[in-house]
Design a binder for this molecule. Structure first.
Ligand code: DAH
Length: 339
């Protein structure tokens, strides 16, 4: 019996050394120490022993049990460290390896300029308003003093959804929405997409962007308009940038003007870029027509206002020296990556 116990201990220890995970350890524990285990089987035969042998073998059996238990515990501990080390080795990061370069995108040139213009106006205390691109004829034309059959509609042919619903041709429609919903003082800009049924070429696109501006309050004059636009252009193009107003006609302003900026290429002397003019046309503006104010429920005897509409593409093209508008819409990375 003594030999049997010793054999069990030796065998248990060898097998324990080979156990590779906690499941194998548990199986061995059951095999040797469990109720139906090998050690228990031996102890069951203790009855057959003589009175002198029994305490000796009993003591030995207890020692074997304790030894095996200890061996299991120590193997378990070792397995834990081995596993941890294995995981550490597997998950090792070599921080000296070259990284994978993530290509970051950036804002489109039109968005860059749009945000700049927005920042400049926010700085002057303007709010940013928006209006629908699918618009009623009334807001796009009628309320802006362009009744049906008005000849000026011809220059702004657009896409019609129904007879009375169209894709807006100008952000000026937002003026009407704002004035209908807000009492003066009003100070807003409204950037957005506009549409015209124009063929695509270097300076035309059926979809382009405008930024509308509108200020209505008591005592607003043309000089407020000039001061505002002068500041805008100086911020955009530098302090030596000059603007020039030419008389013009828009049905929704009186008086109306087209506003040019000094040519950046020649500084006003005249060159190929400005076609010898020294100035480049950038926007339309004027004093809001009394009819437009009255139509929106604002008394033209009490209030006056100025408005303007900037072509965003033009500003961006001048700003970045882009000579073909189509480049702005083609999504060619070779172009876009330059900004
Ligand atoms: N909406 C005009 C256009 O698309 C531009 C414009 C002119 C807007 C005068 C205005 C304005 O607000 O007062 O040509």
């Amino acid at each position: 019996m003594k030999e049997a116990l010793e054999r069990i201990e030796a065998q248990a220890k060898t097998l324990l050394e080979q156990a590779q995970d906690t499941k194998a350890l548990e199986e061995l524990r059951l095999r040797f120490l469990g109720k139906k285990g090998e050690l228990t089987a031996i102890l069951k035969q203790m009855g057959k022993l003589s009175a002198e042998e029994r305490p000796v073998i009993g003591q030995l059996a207890n020692k074997v049990r304790a030894d095996i238990e200890e061996a299991i515990a120590s193997r378990a501990q070792n397995l834990k460290t081995e596993l941890a080390q294995k995981r550490l080795a597997e998950e090792k990061l070599d921080v000296t390896l070259p990284g994978t370069h993530k290509k970051l995108g950036h804002a489109h040139p039109l968005s860059i300029v749009m945000r700049e213009v927005e920042e400049i106006f926010l700085g002057m205390g303007f709010d940013i308003a928006s209006g629908p691109e699918v618009e009623y004829d009334y807001y796009n034309f009628e309320a802006l003093n362009l009744p049906k059959n008005h000849p000026a509609r011809d220059t702004q042919d657009t896409f019609y959804i129904t007879e009375n619903i169209l894709l807006r041709t100008q952000t000026s429609s937002v003026q009407v929405h704002v004035m209908e919903n807000q009492k003066p003082p009003i100070r807003i800009i409204s950037p957005g997409r506009v549409y015209r049924s124009d063929a695509v070429d270097a300076t035309h696109s059926p979809l382009f962007h405008q930024i509308e501006g509108l200020v209505v309050d008591k005592g607003i004059t043309m000089s407020d308009l000039v001061g505002t636009l002068d500041l805008l252009m100086k911020r955009l193009y530098g302090d030596d940038c000059k603007i020039r107003l030419r008389p013009h006609h828009f049905p929704f302003t009186e008086p109306s003007a087209e506003v040019d900026v000094m040519c950046f290429n020649c500084g006003g002397a005249g060159c190929r870029m400005c076609k010898g003019e020294g100035y480049i046309e950038l926007l339309g503006a004027g004093m809001v027509h009394p009819k437009v104010l009255a139509g929106c429920g604002i008394d033209p005897e009490v209030y006056s206002g100025f408005a303007f509409g900037l072509g965003l593409e033009r500003i961006a093209m001048r700003r970045f020296d882009i000579h073909d508008m189509r480049l702005l819409y083609e999504n060619d990375l070779r172009f876009l990556e330059q900004f």
